[in-house]
Design a protein around this ligand. Structure first.
Ligand SMILES: NC(=O)c1ccc[n+]([C@@H]2O[C@H](COP(=O)([O-])OP(=O)(O)OC[C@H]3O[C@@H](n4cnc5c(N)ncnc54)[C@H](OP(=O)(O)O)[C@@H]3O)[C@@H](O)[C@H]2O)c1
Length: 337
């Protein structure tokens, strides 16, 4: 089954103005769905309307207001695209995953919503050999600060699974317009300062448009977890130099120069990438960018919709290491004092 088989749904999109939400709305509208999209900010309601959604101003940490907003939307489906990463505070992001998701699931259940599609990440699996499959457990025993991230993901995923129909999209590291991985993004600025280090940790990427397409398709995917990432998990030794070239940064500093690339063992066995065969072969998800190599090369021509610029709002380096070669752990060299 594909999402071509469903149209005319009412969708409550929590996180409509985020980097993914604002790319998902036009896809939902074009597929014939009606979208109520949340934001906490009056200034973002206009752009949401321009994209074709009805804005709902609500903070998901306000359980009563959220319950009213979901009920009033008449939603058939709730879509969860909430993160709290613009401020670079991992604890706040984990708290939003835990408490915001709890409220959203309670609101959905109270409103009789049967289906939820939720954004998760694909780098919280237990350490292991090679890219992780969906059947592998989460790394709940990890040391801090990774433990906080994994616990937030676990709480979010288990709450979502309380609805009769649920799909958890375990995204790779997002790149493309509006993300940290674009020419004007945070990681590009760090790369130009020589602070993005090429090392052995393995990362799975996904272009933001391929991630958005998966959210649309998931409206009729079967219940379960799905790794949504490209075909080529890569060591930093491979992807960091390519990213630097793509954003006009000099060649990066290298750590562990003798470390193996792509399929080799990582310095950090939790930084292993993810296996996308379930999405590709079982569900028919076909990314426009099967590899970050072509995706990075195309970055200069990508455009955001609309560019709110809030991916660049926090001081660089504030997001620390939690394992996995992703937005919360990309190796950075500290600035000399
Ligand atoms: N898999 C990944 O790699 C991944 C995934 C997501 C984000 N990121 C990175 O994180 C950066 C920042 O993401 P972003 O620009 O989407 O911003 P963000 O601050 O992470 O916000 C995302 C969405 O969540 C909503 N939200 C957050 N807290 C909320 C709350 N308490 N109540 C209601 N809504 C809430 C925001 O709504 P408001 O309009 O109210 O702010 C926004 O729509 C991106 O540039 C990207 O690089 C990476």
């Amino acid at each position: 089954m594909t999402s071509k088989n469903v149209s005319g749904l009412r969708i409550f999109l929590a996180g409509g103005a985020g980097v993914l939400g604002r790319r998902i709305i036009p896809l939902l509208v074009a597929a014939g769905h009606t979208v109520v999209a949340t934001t906490r900010h009056e200034a973002r309601t206009g752009p949401l309307r321009d994209l074709g959604a009805t804005p709902a101003r609500v903070d998901v940490l306000d359980a009563a207001a959220l319950a009213a907003a979901v009920r009033d939307s008449g939603a058939d489906v709730v879509m969860h695209q909430l993160t709290d990463l613009a401020g670079g505070d991992l604890a706040a992001n984990a708290a939003l995953r835990r408490d915001g998701t709890r409220n959203l699931v309670d609101a959905a259940l109270a409103a009789g919503v049967r289906r939820i599609v939720a954004q998760s990440i694909c780098w919280t699996y237990v350490p292991g050999e090679g890219p992780a499959r969906e059947s592998e457990p989460l790394d709940l025993g990890a040391p801090e600060p990774r433990r906080t991230t994994v616990a937030g993901v676990a709480a979010m995923e288990s709450a979502v699974a309380e609805l009769p129909e649920w799909v958890v999209l375990r995204y790779g590291l997002l790149y493309g317009p509006g993300t940290w991985f674009e020419p004007r993004g945070l990681r590009a600025a760090e790369a130009r300062e020589g602070r993005l280090v090429a090392g052995a940790d393995v990362t799975s990427f996904v272009h933001v448009d391929d991630a958005a397409a998966a959210a649309l398709a998931a409206l009729d995917w079967p219940v379960g977890h799905v790794n949504v990432c490209d075909d080529e998990p890569a060591a930093g030794l491979d992807w960091v130099p390519a990213f630097c070239r793509a954003v006009g940064a000099p060649a990066p500093p290298v750590s562990g120069a003798s470390a193996p690339s792509v399929s080799g063992a990582s310095a950090n066995p939790a930084a292993r990438g993810a296996d996308n065969r379930h999405a590709r072969r079982d569900l028919g998800w076909t990314p426009a960018y099967p590899s970050w190599r072509a995706g990075f090369a195309a970055l200069a021509g990508d455009r955001d919709i609309p560019d709110t610029g809030h991916s660049r709002q926090f001081p660089s380096g504030r997001v620390g290491h939690s394992g996995g070669g992703h937005d919360e752990s990309v190796p950075l060299r500290r600035k000399a004092r």
